[in-house]
Design a protein around this ligand. Structure first.
Ligand code: NAP
Length: 250
């Protein structure tokens, strides 16, 4: 039986690369998206071409009721979850700390932190052996901003990802005896559309000289790390968040 994986924000960027690679590695995949149905459908088609089951499910990860609906839809359409990639995230146009609006702060935390928290709760309720599940694996998508702070650009984002890192540690301890491993990844400067969404499409090019490996990362670079953490090759690893940043920030 193929393992069932849910990826939030699976329609574009890192989530889409992970979804496609998961299809190639034999997972059935639920591809969550916020608004871009066409992109989600393209990812689903790619996974089906690899011979796996796949569905696209719209849900705003900033809306707790929608997150519950997302997990219920996965139950219905694919079956009980084995793996969860908590990946959906947003980044606002850069602003200095004092200029970050309450509205932006609240939406940032709602999607990147509360959404991830509730997503993990829903995943744990299904996977926990204590609650009758068969165990599972969770990967939380953090960011190097959690370590670097996001100063001058995105402190709200850095704080949201710092919360994700703390959640990974606490959850790994709490869920280890319930058959669930929990790890995270901290991508650095990755070539996706998130930078254009935040108003600076050339951000990676501007900063890539600061990367010891000398280039921006690709979504596929991060996807490889996701699939490794999800796999049994990482069976003895829990509670860690790994930098996927070409050496930036070490
Ligand atoms: P991206 O290219 O902008 O893609 C974002 C994905 O998340 C899309 O599939 C989008 O869906 C979905 N999404 C956005 N808001 C959502 C919401 N409210 N509910 C559900 N889905 C939502 O972003 P990315 O660069 O791949 O980033 C993925 C993750 O990696 C994020 O958590 C980000 O913080 C983290 N990260 C990225 C970088 C980087 O340099 N790219 C670095 C560090 C960390 P639609 O297609 O429907 O809009």
């Amino acid at each position: 039986m193929a393992k069932i994986l849910l990826i939030t924000g699976g329609s574009r960027g890192i989530g889409a690369a992970a979804a496609k690679l998961a299809g190639q590695r034999g997972y059935d995949v639920a591809v969550n998206y916020a608004g871009n149905r066409e992109a989600a459908d393209a990812v689903v088609a790619d996974i089906r071409k690899a011979g796996q089951r796949a569905v696209a499910i719209q849900a705003d990860m900033g809306d707790p009721a929608a997150i519950k609906g997302l997990f219920a839809a996965v139950d219905r359409e694919l079956g009980t979850l084995d793996a969860f990639l908590n990946n959906a995230g947003i980044l606002w146009p850069h602003a200095r700390f004092v200029d970050i609006t309450l509205e932006h702060l609240q939406r940032m935390l709602a999607v990147n932190l509360t959404g991830a928290f509730i997503g993990n709760q829903e995943a744990a309720r299904r996977m926990s052996t204590r609650l009758g599940g068969k165990g599972g694996v969770i990967v939380n998508m953090s960011s190097m901003a959690a370590k670097l702070g996001g100063a001058f650009e995105c402190l709200d984002y850095g704080v949201s990802k710092g919360g994700v890192d703390t959640m990974t540690v606490g959850l790994a301890k709490e869920l280890a005896s319930e058959g669930i491993r929990v790890n995270g990844l901290r991508p650095g400067l990755i070539l996706t559309e998130i930078h254009a969404s935040a108003g600076e499409p050339g951000r990676v090019a501007r900063l890539q000289a600061s990367v010891p490996l000398g280039r921006g990362g690709t979504a596929e670079d991060v996807a490889e790390a996701v699939l490794w953490l999800l796999s049994d090759a990482a069976a003895y690893i829990t509670g860690v968040t790994i930098d996927v940043a070409g050496g930036r920030g070490i």
